[in-house]
Design a binder for this molecule. Structure first.
Ligand SMILES: *[C@@H]1O[C@H](CO)[C@@H](O)[C@H](O)[C@H]1NC(C)=O
Ligand SMILES: *[C@@H]1O[C@H](CO)[C@@H](O)[C@H](O)[C@H]1NC(C)=O
Ligand SMILES: *[C@@H]1O[C@H](CO)[C@@H](O)[C@H](O)[C@H]1NC(C)=O
Ligand SMILES: *[C@@H]1O[C@H](CO)[C@@H](O)[C@H](O)[C@H]1NC(C)=O
Ligand SMILES: *[C@@H]1O[C@H](CO)[C@@H](O)[C@H](O)[C@H]1NC(C)=O
Ligand SMILES: *[C@@H]1O[C@H](CO)[C@@H](O)[C@H](O)[C@H]1NC(C)=O
Ligand SMILES: *[C@@H]1O[C@H](CO)[C@@H](O)[C@H](O)[C@H]1NC(C)=O
Length: 464
């Protein structure tokens, strides 16, 4: 009897193993009660009570991964040809600030379910030494809400197909086609569930990505790439998701997910999936400090936008002028001011030399500000406004200073003088066109060359 049972057990094990290796599909309409057998989570990823996966919350510089626990056979081991596959998933990104994304998330196929990635622009997928290496065998479809210059991002709301690096082979503004020719944009960080299909047809070597705000799959994909994935894939690979946050943060959610080899992934119905929490409504216009936003938070937000824009030292100069303007509540050249206050940067410098820097702070703040913060912003403004371009820091250094990673120099050099509005206006204009700031507010802010009684208010528009 004993031997018979042992025999039976070994037969069962024998039968069970091939069954596991033949696994070719799954479907999760929410992740309630899903255990470690099925999904492997790491970093900040958790399954919430309602069955939604939260890969990151709105903490800065974190990352989270969620992978299907078992690997998939993705290649015919005889011919070495990659199989077709199809995946469908619903994601939602709830951002800390409605206008600024906190990095992004990616659907990924990788050799390991424990990626040794970095947060911020690496999206938790790769690190600075592995990025671009062919030995990564990494395929990813990124949903990126920050514009990173190093990786050639087209904007701060795009979908891209990435192979072994974060520099997308192809990318496009997030959206969907309502017919063959008309495209509708989707704001990834709106907090609304977005249904996605990633399909690979190995007979024509075509990857296609399709997005929708409903459960109906649009006919025309938003993004495709003609590439044979056979050299990218290993025989067996893991499929999953990765997300990260940066200086600004978003909560990245996964509501449901299906996957299938050599056939269409099971259909997901958005209405039957768990829902992400609603984004917090922000006031349409936040008056600096008076409504409680910290100056550092605002400057980091400005800096974050500038970081994606400011590539030249004249942009940095303009950014410095903007900092001074925000902290002092006045234009760089103030037509109605006293003679000695005419040019803002000179006036701030004079006060600094006299040890009376706090006197320049916007009087409308009624002393309601954090002295250390204001001093840091003013000093940074002066450093960026140096008239010698090579002495100006680059935005990366500015970020490090704001981050506390690098200290401000004790002794400041005399800053330069704004002799032209040109660079400054161009710089602010680039905010407007990027849609990073509310268009109307930044353009009226710009157009107003007179004394603006409300210069220290920056508008963060409501999320749609
Ligand atoms: C979850 O894992 C269990 C045990 O390995 C397996 O029986 C089940 O089919 C899996 N469910 C899904 C949806 O993959
Ligand atoms: C975010 O997640 C991290 C890591 O899981 C945790 O330490 C932190 O408390 C969370 N923050 C919030 C605001 O939930
Ligand atoms: C792999 O390719 C060979 C040759 O074309 C074929 O006979 C075999 O069925 C394929 N295997 C799978 C698992 O598709
Ligand atoms: C970077 O990624 C590679 C490939 O996954 C890994 O071998 C290496 O240990 C990682 N480096 C760090 C510092 O995490
Ligand atoms: C790519 O990664 C492999 C394996 O980790 C490593 O041996 C090689 O040096 C890397 N190549 C480059 C250019 O970093
Ligand atoms: C596209 O992907 C391939 C991987 O095969 C890579 O070698 C190539 O550099 C990528 N192209 C771009 C423009 O990133
Ligand atoms: C696509 O839809 C737009 C908007 O409804 C319409 O104006 C256009 O004529 C349509 N084009 C085609 C080719 O159907």
């Amino acid at each position: 009897m004993q031997t018979y049972l042992q025999f039976l057990a070994s037969v069962l094990v024998f039968l069970f193993v091939p069954v596991l290796s033949q696994l070719d599909q799954f479907m999760y309409a929410g992740f309630k009660d899903v255990g470690h057998n099925n999904l492997t989570l790491d970093g900040t990823a958790v399954i919430e009570k309602n069955g939604i996966i939260r890969l990151t919350n709105d903490t800065n510089r974190i990352m989270g991964h969620a992978f299907y626990s078992l690997p998939f056979q993705l290649k015919n081991s005889t011919t070495g040809k990659a199989f077709s596959f199809s995946s469908s998933f619903a994601l939602a990104v709830v951002s800390e600030f409605p206008k600024f994304g906190g990095h992004g998330m990616a659907f990924t196929i990788a050799p390991s379910k424990h990626l040794k990635g970095l947060p911020i622009q690496y999206l938790g997928l790769l690190n600075s030494s592995s990025v671009g290496n062919f030995s990564n065998h990494l395929f990813a479809v990124e949903f990126d809400t920050a514009k990173d210059i190093d990786f050639g991002d087209i904007n701060d709301n795009h979908v891209g197909i990435d192979i072994n690096t974060l520099k997308s082979n192809v990318s496009v503004t997030a959206g969907y086609y309502i017919n063959d020719s008309t495209k509708q944009d989707i704001n990834i960080k709106s907090g609304k569930p977005i249904l996605v299909w990633v399909d690979y047809d190995s007979s024509v070597n075509l990857v296609s990505v399709t997005l929708s705000l409903t459960s109906i799959k649009p006919k025309k994909p938003i993004l495709s790439l003609n590439m044979d994935l056979s050299p990218i894939f290993l025989d067996t690979m893991y499929v999953g998701f990765s997300a990260s946050t940066g200086m600004l943060a978003s909560s990245h959610y996964l509501l449901g997910w299906s996957f299938k080899i050599n056939g269409p992934a099971s259909r997901l119905d958005l209405s039957s999936l768990p829902q992400p929490p609603q984004p917090k409504k922000k006031h349409s216009s936040l008056i600096l400090l008076i409504t409680g936003i910290s100056l550092t938070a605002l400057v980091i937000a400005l800096c974050f936008v500038a970081f994606g824009k400011a590539s030249t030292s004249s942009d940095v100069f303009a950014f410095g002028a903007l900092l001074l303007e925000v902290a002092c509540g006045r234009r760089p050249i103030e037509p109605n001011a006293l003679q000695e206050e005419l040019v803002l940067v000179e006036w701030v410098w004079e006060k600094y030399k006299q040890g009376r820097l706090l006197e320049v702070v916007d009087p409308k703040l009624n002393g309601c500000f954090d002295e250390c913060e204001v001093i840091m912003v003013l000093k940074l403004g002066m450093i960026c406004s140096n008239d010698v371009p090579t002495i100006r820091p680059c935005m990366r250094q500015v970020v490090r200073i704001l981050d506390g990673e690098v200290e401000l120099p004790n002794e400041l050099r005399k800053p330069g003088i704004i002799d032209s509005q040109e660079g400054f206006d161009e710089f602010l204009h680039s905010f407007g066109t990027s849609n990073s700031f509310d268009k109307t507010s930044s353009s009226s802010y710009l157009a107003n060359k007179d004394v603006n009684t409300n210069t220290s208010s920056i508008s963060f528009a409501n999320s749609p």
